[in-house]
Design a binder for this molecule. Sequence first.
Ligand SMILES: *[C@@H]1O[C@H](CO)[C@@H](O)[C@H](O)[C@H]1NC(C)=O
Length: 238
Amino acid sequence: MATIRSYAFLFFASALLLCQLCFAAPVAVGHDGRAITINGDRRILISGSIHYPRSTPEMWPDLIQKAKDGGLNAIETYVFWNAHEPLRRQYDFSGNLDLVRFIQTIQKAGLYAVLRIGPYVGAEWNYGGFPVWLHNIPGIKLRTNNDIYKNEMQNFTTLIVDMMKHEHLFASQGGPIILAQIENEYGNVMRPYGDEGKKYIQWCAALAESYHIGVPWIMCQQKDAPQSMINTCNGLVL
Ligand SMILES: *[C@@H]1O[C@H](CO)[C@@H](O)[C@H](O)[C@H]1NC(C)=O
């Protein structure tokens, strides 16, 4: 009897282990007005940036492990449009630009990922990460309520979101990405854009929501961030 029971136990234990190896469990990310919650618990995220194009895939595990050893529980990166789409509709996700591999490396280290898609980025990166061909499209106006620009932004953003979904990298799918960002620090520059800027931010929020990624979206420095977008800030509270 005892033997049967221990066999049964072993069977269940190994089945459980196998399940954990095959499928990472979906994680519920939310916010309650004061904190980000993960599976219902308030969590303090201590996240650091690693911009994947600035190092090689061989370096990533070590960089991420150092971040973890230093006490971080999340890695944050922008997505660099002009590196991924140097010519219109010609993409590069190879080598240092292998975003999927980078996010998977974060997951293997047991950390969360924060994906700041933008696609406008800061990071002392040329032209906010916008491709030069974008600048050269007749009639385009960047980062405002301009159909030509919005079409291109939507095209690239959709590509990235679909790629992450396909690889099951959002936390809602068992992946490490707990937060995603649309636009970036626009609130700091939006005034001269007037009403067109306000419409643009509404459009960004609607676009983000339309993807149904199952984790919250953040905007950065966006006091008027539309409902469901979390407004985050740059700064130090003393
Ligand atoms: C992006 O634009 C190309 C045409 O230039 C189109 O074939 C493709 O379907 C678009 N992708 C999305 C996600 O809209």
